[in-house]
Design a protein around this ligand. Structure first.
Ligand SMILES: Cc1ncc(COP(=O)(O)O)c(C=O)c1O
Length: 425
């Protein structure tokens, strides 16, 4: 079958001929046949340098031999079990509790969305309170509680949340409060008006492409301590990417709960909630029937194939110098791209750090989602689309990643492509 045959089937069988929330424009779309290292190959044989990296799951690129070997070995012993422990999931829980600063215990989930949903439930069950506070523009997955104020098109009326999908129950709206990112004063006033019923503040330390100020996270920590509110970091993206101990290690602020996915799972169905034992123990099945029991259960929880791939990854990621090299490559790559943009007078930043990046058409790095909305989003998508057309796999307008297997040749070709695109802009 050729690419148009695949599209004919996809158009007939899949919503928007896609696999989720993204659909590439007709003139740049392609169907993936395989991936290897930093490269993807389409069913037509076109090669792409992959900066999507499985939405950040592939810190070690595609088909890393150590991961393939670990997956094969585990698959020969069993793809999936249920109802009692398996040795591989236990081995991984030991790695995770050891590595994640806030983790006295971890509880398995299947996806990052599931992990954030469980963590919110645990926080509610533990505190006996109902509300969550999230930030404008933050993404915590696909469940109903996180589908608020993720994709605003204008500044929100804080703390009123706006649903971003049909089908989200209206009744939930009053349980979700929204604050502007990096704005401690507004958070303080929302908290003082709601502290009796506020269970958890959930924050991404890297919200899409916006970095949290350290003082902001420190302020959230102090506020949560003062009001007995759970502080939850969503580390689905930052976990094992910005540092071995995630954003909490990098920022030196320790939350009560943290959610992990993507690098955890290594492309397979595995995620987790990590944190204080007294909160995580809310999911202990011996508590069933008690008001502070937080139900957690899933067919694929502790999936041994994904656990085996994750252990093989962590074994590599934990090697001395891993993050220095990854983050050093990232800094050089971004500097190279910035030089090209500046030379061509393109008013954009090659924004990013520590292996995540994006082109932003603005003068200074954003602090809030409103800053993002005020930038030239049309120009950003145009530049991205032209890169994609030339074999650099990025999703237009979406933050992207470098992996530990991107090579100097990949970076050089990407910078040359940017140069070519800038000439045409
Ligand atoms: C910060 C963050 N939290 C949660 C999720 C949801 O993870 P998943 O797509 O595995 O459900 C994502 C996904 O991109 C994310 O970026």
């Amino acid at each position: 079958m050729n690419q148009s045959d695949y599209y004919e089937i996809a158009e007939r069988t899949l919503p928007g001929a896609g696999l989720g929330g993204y659909a590439l424009a007709d003139d740049v779309r392609f169907v993936i046949e395989s991936g290897s290292g930093s490269r993807l190959r389409s069913v037509e044989g076109t090669e792409y340098i992959d900066y999507v990296g499985g939405a950040g799951a592939h810190l070690l690129g595609h088909c890393h031999p150590a991961l393939v070997e670990a997956v094969k070995k585990q698959a020969e012993r069993g793809m999936h079990y249920f109802g009692t422990l398996n040795d591989t999931a236990i081995e991984l829980s030991d790695w995770l509790v050891d590595a994640i600063p806030c983790a006295e215990k971890i509880a398995y989930a299947t996806t990052g969305s599931e992990a954030t949903m469980y963590a919110m439930r645990m926080a509610r069950a533990f505190t006996g309170r109902n509300k969550i506070l999230k930030f404008e523009g933050a993404y915590h997955g696909n469940h109903d509680y996180s589908m608020y104020s993720v994709f605003p098109t204008r500044q929100e009326n804080y703390p009123v949340a706006a649903a971003n999908s049909g089908g989200v129950p209206e009744q939930l709206q009053s349980s979700v409060l929204v604050a502007p990112y990096n704005d401690l004063e507004t958070v303080r006033s929302i908290v003082s008006a709601n502290s009796d019923d506020l269970a958890v503040i959930v924050v991404e330390c890297l919200q899409r492409i916006i970095m949290a100020d350290t003082e902001f996270l420190q302020g959230l920590r102090a506020l949560c301590d003062e009001k007995n509110i759970i502080l939850m970091f969503d580390e689905v993206v930052t976990g094992f990417r910005v540092a071995w101990g995630g954003a909490q290690e990098m920022q030196g602020v320790i939350p009560d709960l943290a959610t992990y996915g993507k690098v955890i799972g290594a492309g397979g169905p595995l995620a987790c909630v990590a944190g204080r034992a007294d909160i995580i123990d809310g999911a202990n099945p011996a508590k069933k029937g008690q008001p502070d029991y937080a139900y957690m259960n899933g067919t694929l929880h502790g999936n041994p194939v994904a656990a085996a791939a994750t252990i093989a990854s962590l074994d590599i990621i934990s090697q001395p110098g891993f993050f220095e090299t990854l983050h050093g490559n990232s800094a050089n790559f971004l500097a190279g791209m910035q030089e090209v943009l500046d030379r061509h007078g393109v008013p954009a930043l090659a924004a990013g750090d520590k292996s995540f990046w994006q082109f932003l058409f603005m003068d200074t790095l954003p602090k809030t989602q409103v800053d993002m909305m005020n930038s030239d989003l049309v120009a950003m998508r145009k530049l991205d689309t032209e890169m994609l057309r030339r074999g650099i796999y990025v999703l237009p307008g979406v933050r992207r990643f470098i992996s530990a297997v991107h090579t100097d040749a990949d970076f050089a070709r990407t910078i040359e492509t940017l140069d070519e695109v800038c000439k045409t802009l």
